[in-house]
Design a protein around this ligand. Structure first.
Ligand code: PRX
Length: 631
């Protein structure tokens, strides 16, 4: 497999990728097994948008993740699984075993009525069966839609409903730290409103008592006994959908980001091998849950395409204590470790006593993803975990980009704390000012956009192409707009400054303010609410909610507790507000639009420059909100 090995080579590959993108990407694509080679590399415009890669090609991604490796590394470990409880025995699954498990579960899916093109929702704990389920969907040509196990029934129901899923794959429960999360009962509640679902396949994991609904619910462990380990992979078109993954937008319900087969495959494989500089037989650990894009691309698909050993961890960084990550690194001699800045900041905050017992000498490369990493956290990671000998790759990308876009190549690109550094070959970022003018040269700051397609990019938002256009291609004609602000320094290095729209990055998770407000408004006493972010030392951003209580309740502490419980019930604990202020009114324009800019400033405690408030319907509310601000 070709891989960049020096900075000079990076520069020359970058140049080639811009001068002749089709030649560049077809060279990468030739490394794979195709049932039929493509006729044309690329067809695109960013005005509809319409983007197609490797047109006319036929393949199945699982043949490239599994079958292709059997001759050379059938007995090599594909997945190392570390359970939540360190006293429970983990698992090592070889490529041969994973291949047969995926084929068997593909047969289970077929036996339960799944067909090519069906949408299948996966709502599972971080156990090997989750990866098996994902790959089995791809094997039969069904489209997986994984929903993070931390989302609760309303968020889950919205996602199942939007994708019209016919099957749900879940477990009785999930172990997460000291908690036991009742996944199946959340599914039961969600399915009360989702009539498209005909079958629920349930893995027994926690032995929690659950209700099985006759004719709809079946046990994974029972079904798997009935089938063979033989399943020829379905032939897929390059542009057939591989998966849908929901991500929050600034308004309305979450968007079903659609990724297709060939382009996604070529892109995640290329970025995995080059960014992390993966060497044969190394152990790679990405701590993200498969419910997020990072888990899709760099826990499952990227590593398996590259024939790597990928580690999957069921638990949380602080259970049974805050040394768990470091203990697991020593236990399996992890070489490459990829995590989120929030995890680093929270482990930094508990002190070095949790790090000292561990050697961490197997580590070669460290990575971060999902949110800006501040300099202090970067330095702590570098000194205490990497012992100043592991390059840190600060990888910038998005659910919509499919794979890493701007990042150092480990050990090749000179790093700079808080900078994602340079675009990968094939990626053409630009910074635009608010009017859409390209900011040329260095030492500039603007909105981060892309001016040319890459194979791993979003193709559409499920069943709603207009929304894809509106969200990403309508702001600046002819560009893909990322929603991020960004600086380019004197050396051309990129530093992401954060979101410029109404979504909040809480602990690296993208949450839509509208979705949180909907959950808060489920409380019977709340008539309206507005949610904004505020800077938070550990989580990056915290959630500040302003809520109007219709009933004038005296005990606001009790009311706030109830609001938190409501959000947890409808959306999930990840969306719990950190601060709730009960208010009489919200700052609205005469046309009824909430002026979030004012709320954001107040949440941050910055009362200067609130701007012109005279256009508000009732300017007095601003004073009241300022007075009641929660510190
Ligand atoms: O704001 C950027 C931030 O995360 C957003 C994408 O979130 P999501 O789709 O959930 O995907 C996260 C995992 C790829 C971006 O628009 N972000 C991601 N990586 C970085 C980052 N911000 C700063 N630095 C990063 N390395």
């Amino acid at each position: 497999m070709n891989r960049i090995t020096s900075f000079e080579q990076y520069l020359s590959e970058y140049k080639k990728s811009v001068e002749n993108p089709e030649q560049f990407w077809s060279k990468q694509a030739e490394e794979f097994v195709w049932k039929k080679k493509w006729d044309k590399v690329l067809d695109w415009n960013f005005t509809e948008p319409n983007v197609k890669w490797f047109i006319g090609g036929k393949l199945n991604i699982t043949e490239n993740c599994l079958d292709r490796h059997l001759a050379e590394r059938g007995n090599q470990t594909a997945i190392i699984w570390e359970p939540n409880n360190p006293n429970e025995t983990g698992r090592k699954i070889s490529y041969k075993e994973l291949h047969s498990e995926v084929c068997r579960f593909a047969n289970v899916l077929k036996n339960n009525g799944a067909k090519k093109g069906d949408r299948i929702c996966i709502y599972m704990p971080m156990v090997p069966e989750l990866a098996i389920a994902v790959l089995a969907c791809a094997r039969i040509g069904a489209i997986h839609s994984v929903v993070f196990g931390g989302f609760s029934f309303q968020s889950l129901a919205d996602r199942i409903h939007d994708a019209d899923c016919s099957i749900v794959i879940t477990a009785d429960g999930a172990f997460r730290g000291a908690k036991d999360i009742p996944l199946k009962s959340v599914i039961d509640e969600a399915l009360q409103t989702c009539t498209s679902v005909k079958k629920v396949i349930v893995l027994k994991r926690t032995n929690t008592e659950i209700k099985m609904q006759n004719s709809r619910d079946v046990w994974w462990q029972e079904e798997i006994k009935k089938v063979s380990a033989d399943f020829p992979a379905e032939e897929m078109d390059s542009e057939d959908m591989l998966f849908i993954l929901y991500t929050s937008g600034s308004t309305g319900k979450p968007k079903g980001v659609v990724h297709t087969t060939a382009g996604y495959m070529v892109y995640v494989d290329y970025t995995f091998r080059n960014v992390f500089q993966y060497n044969k037989r190394e152990v790679f650990w990405c701590t993200a849950d498969v419910g997020w894009i990072t888990g899709h691309s760099y826990l499952i698909y990227g590593p398996l395409l590259a024939g790597a050993t990928t580690l999957m961890f069921e638990g949380i960084p602080t259970f049974p204590d805050a040394g768990r990550f470091w203990q697991v690194i020593d236990k399996y001699k992890v070489n490459i470790f990829y995590t989120a800045p929030t995890a680093i900041r929270s482990l930094e905050a508990v002190g070095l006593d949790f790090v000292k017992p561990y050697k961490l000498d197997s580590l070669r490369v460290l990575g971060t993803v999902g949110e800006p990493i501040n300099e202090v956290a970067w330095n702590w990671y570098n000194e205490n975990i990497g012992k100043e000998k592991c390059p840190i790759v600060d990888t910038w990308w998005q659910t919509e980009t499919g794979g890493i876009m701007i990042s150092p190549l480990a050990g090749i690109t000179k790093t700079k704390p808080s900078f994602a550094t340079l675009p990968l070959p094939g990626i053409q970022p630009v910074l635009l000012d608010e009017s859409g003018k390209e900011l040329l040269g260095n030492n500039v700051e603007g909105r981060l956009c892309m001016k040319f397609p890459w194979p791993g990019m979003i193709r559409t938002t499920y069943k709603n192409h207009q929304r894809c256009f509106d969200s990403y291609f309508s702001h600046y004609h002819g560009y893909y707009f990322t929603g991020d602000g960004c600086k380019r320094d004197e050396n051309g290095y990129y530093r992401i400054t954060g979101r410029v729209d109404d979504v909040i990055k809480v602990s690296g998770h993208l949450l839509g303010t509208a979705e949180i407000e909907n959950a808060i408004n489920q409380h019977p006493d709340i008539v309206e609410s507005a949610v904004v972010g505020f800077p938070h030392e550990i989580k990056g951003w915290g959630i500040y909610a302003f809520a109007i209580d219709d009933h004038g309740r005296k005990d606001t502490d009790e009311l706030k507790k109830e609001i938190i419980a409501t959000v947890t019930k409808f959306m999930g604990a990840i969306a719990k507000p950190d601060k709730i202020q009960i208010v009489k009114g919200l700052p609205k324009t005469r046309s009824g639009k909430i002026m979030r800019r004012i709320l954001r400033k107040i949440a941050e405690g910055d009362f200067s420059n609130l701007g012109d408030i005279s256009t508000l319907l009732d300017p007095n509310v601003v004073e009241e909100i300022k007075t009641g601000r929660i510190n």
